[in-house]
Design a protein around this ligand. Structure first.
Ligand SMILES: [Zn+2]
Length: 143
C-alpha cells in the first residue's frame, strides 16, 4: 500500500508516540507565519519539536523548510528541535541537515518511515495503542 502524505499525517497525529515514545499529543497544521504551516508540533514545558512529513524522499527544500520552522520557535525558554519524517532522504539533503545542525542552536534529525517509524500499523485490541503490524504490543500489562 502506498500511503499519501495526508494518510501519514492522519496516523501520526492520531498516534504521535510512533514518532517518539514521549509524544502523547501533537498539534496538527500549526500556522507559524503567513505561508508557513508546520505539519505537527509537539510541546511540553521543556521543549518544542517541529515535525515535517514528506511521503517520499526528503530533499534540500524540505530541510530548509524545517530549518525555517525551528528558527521561528527559537529564542524562547524551551529547547527547540525538528524531526523530518520521510521514506528516505537524498544525500545532498542529509549533508545540508548535518551542516545546519553545526550552525544552529537547535537540533534536527531525520526519521525514516518503514524503519524508524512503522509504515503499516495496527491498533491493539486490548489497550488501544497503535504499533507496527510486525511488532508485539509493548504496553505494560498487555500481551
Ligand atoms: Zn496492547
Amino acid at each position: 500500500m502506498h500511503r499519501t502524505e495526508r494518510q501519514i499525517e492522519d496516523y501520526l497525529s492520531d498516534y504521535p508516540y510512533l514518532i517518539s515514545p514521549e509524544f502523547e499529543e501533537v498539534e496538527r497544521q500549526v500556522r507559524l507565519e503567513k505561508d508557513q504551516i508546520a505539519d505537527l508540533v509537539y510541546k511540553d514545558d521543556q521543549r518544542i519539536v517541529v515535525i515535517e512529513l514528506k511521503k517520499d524522499r526528503a530533499n534540500k527544500r524540505d530541510v530548509e523548510q524545517i530549518v525555517g520552522y525551528c528558527k521561528y520557535y527559537q529564542g524562547g525558554p524551551r529547547k527547540v528541535s525538528g524531526i523530518l519524517v520521510a521514506r528516505s532522504i537524498i544525500e545532498s539533503a542529509r549533508t545540508l541537515l548535518d551542516k545546519e545542525n553545526t550552525k544552529n542552536p537547535f537540533h534536527m534529525e531525520f526519521k525514516a518511515i518503514g524503519s524508524d517509524i512503522p509504515r503499516d500499523i495496527t491498533v491493539c485490541e486490548e489497550c488501544g495503542r497503535a504499533r507496527g503490524v510486525e511488532e508485539d504490543c509493548k504496553t505494560l500489562g498487555c500481551n
